[in-house]
Unconditional design. Structure first.
Length: 279
């Protein structure tokens, strides 16, 4: 059975870098899996990705050895069961605000006696290059559980959340966190707002206290370097969609040419790269 190298690196105190996948595309997942990331998280919370497409994306990534993971739509057991049985190596859980919600997430990701994940499925073993019996024997030690603290309520309960046994990493969502603090929508991911910075640092310090790897979404390479310097480990570089739109728009704008009247009539600030797609 393959070893979850992301879990290993985080437990060793090393950074582990990946990106978000927003497009429900096995072909895109396969291409991106080959360029050197440790992991890819398919964002099933905010994008139209169904369970069959998820399984196909996992299969497309398999030859690269990358760790395929999913941000589930919500912290409910059926979401964990379906994505893990389809072959996910880890689950990112949105909006965890209480200890009870953290405990629920850990239970849903682990088989008995560590949790209450239902036993079944078959594609999970293929994803880990193992037999079914080997997978069942080792899954609890390999599947990565990443809880998102992205609301001020979660910040206030960080000590209770992050002391739950079985939590491997915490991932901060700066956009939702800022919104919950009344700081507005679409705040930059590396914002220097002192209230937001203090909340992020509180989560980081609480993670360190409990031996949990801290992660965060970034706007790109400069953001990752900045966050690694602050002690963050599980760092996401924007998303494939952000890079696709951003770099195409940047290159298009360098051409000595004017877009058609159709586009000029539609163009607004909201269509600028990096605004419509925040990450």
């Amino acid at each position: 059975m393959r070893i979850n190298h992301v879990r290993q690196r985080l437990q060793s105190g090393e950074p582990s870098i990946g990106t978000w996948l927003s497009l429900p595309s096995p072909e895109a997942a396969e291409y991106i899996s080959k360029i050197g990331f440790d992991w890819l998280v398919i964002d099933a919370e905010h994008n139209p990705v169904d369970i069959r497409t998820l399984a196909q994306m996992f299969a497309a990534m398999a030859s690269s050895g990358i760790a395929p993971m999913v941000r589930v739509p919500w912290n409910s057991p059926e979401n964990f069961k379906r994505v893990l049985d389809a072959g996910a190596w880890g689950v990112v859980v949105p909006m965890v605000n209480t200890r009870e919600e953290a405990e629920q997430a850990v239970r849903a990701a682990r088989y008995y006696p560590d949790g209450n994940r239902s036993v079944g499925g078959g594609r999970h073993a293929l994803s880990w290059d193992s037999s079914g019996a080997e997978y069942f024997a080792n899954a609890n030690d390999q599947v990565l559980v990443v809880l998102q603290i992205e609301h001020i309520e979660g910040v206030e309960n960080a000590d209770a959340i992050l002391s739950v046994p079985g939590v491997d990493a915490c991932f901060i969502g700066p956009n939702d966190l800022a919104a919950s603090m009344g700081l507005g929508l679409g705040v930059p991911l590396e914002s220097d707002n002192p209230e937001l910075v203090a909340a992020i640092m509180k989560i980081r310090d609480t993670c360190k206290k409990h031996g949990v790897a801290t992660g965060i979404h970034t706007s790109g390479a400069d953001g990752v370097n900045f966050r690694i310097g602050q002690g963050f480990q599980f760092c996401a570089m924007a998303s494939e969609l952000k890079y696709m739109l951003g770099y195409l728009k940047e290159d298009l704008d360098r051409i000595d040419w004017s877009a058609s009247a159709r586009f000029q009539a539609l163009e607004t600030e909201a269509l600028e790269a990096g605004t419509t797609v925040r990450y």
